[in-house]
Design a protein. Sequence first.
Length: 331
Amino acid sequence: MRNSKKEDFLNFLKEKNLLITTHDLADLDGFISGIALKYYFETHFPNQNIQLMFSGLSRHTKSFVNQFSIKFPNFKFTFQEHIQLSDIDVIVIVDSNNLDQIKLFNNSDLDIPFIFIDHHLNLQKNYPGNVFSFNLIYDNYSSTSEMVLELFNDSDIKLPLPYKYLLTSAILTDSGFLKYGNTGTVKNLYNILQDQIEIQDVLPLLEREIDISEKIARIKALQRVKLIRINNWLIGLSHLSSFSASAASILTKVGFDIGIVVSEDKSDYRITTRAKKQVCLKTGLHLGKIISEINNVNGGGHDGAATLNGKNDVEEILNQLIDKIKETLIN
Ligand SMILES: [Mn+2]
């Protein structure tokens, strides 16, 4: 991130009452970058009121919080589920730049200015309340937590031990344990761990018990999968009512280069996609970009992982999506 961008971002937030939030069902990166940013703001802006709100936590985040609390019993996660907005001057949204994913903005006309700090593809939606010149949106970071880490490093604020474990956990998870990372990711991890933390001490926090319903969902996705072959690339297409993200990544582990899983709930639907890094590198495939170019749906994401939500026209949108993927794979 450019220094002048970061300075402008911080100057804008100075002397204001801040609310930090993230997308609904916060994943580990959304949750931890929120927690860490709150700590950063409290240290950097000691006289300001800083609030943090999560509208819900993902299953994985909840299980992480349980594990983490065993290791650090004195660490308190302080956040709220509902917030009194009347005394908030600016909302800082972490790990998303899509308001459709932010519960706070659903069905309400908020007139509080907001800015994004995020590592997803910039959707450039030009929302009226967004003070976009202060957004920090950079998709060359494998996690939002690394962007927050950079703020700590710039201000020479020392990270307490629990925060080191938190940031390491978020970076490992969002980079797919470095599968989607880059050399910058490795540098950031080293910068946190140094000689103080052994990475093997962090990994157990991230182990996740897969319950039987998720196992069955994954097996069903495999039983139902349709194979689409384009040259030497294999796409797996399946459908499930839940656990679509888990199933889409399983598809890429059993031999498909791209996994697509459709979930329908009455007229609403969600299409989850995952691609192996090799496909993205060799063909220039960017699932997040493809999805953000489809009309009348919400969605976005990264090159190898992206999700789309829509209503009513699942067949048509699915065909559009597959056609766009095919075009990229053929060229
Ligand atoms: Mn993230």
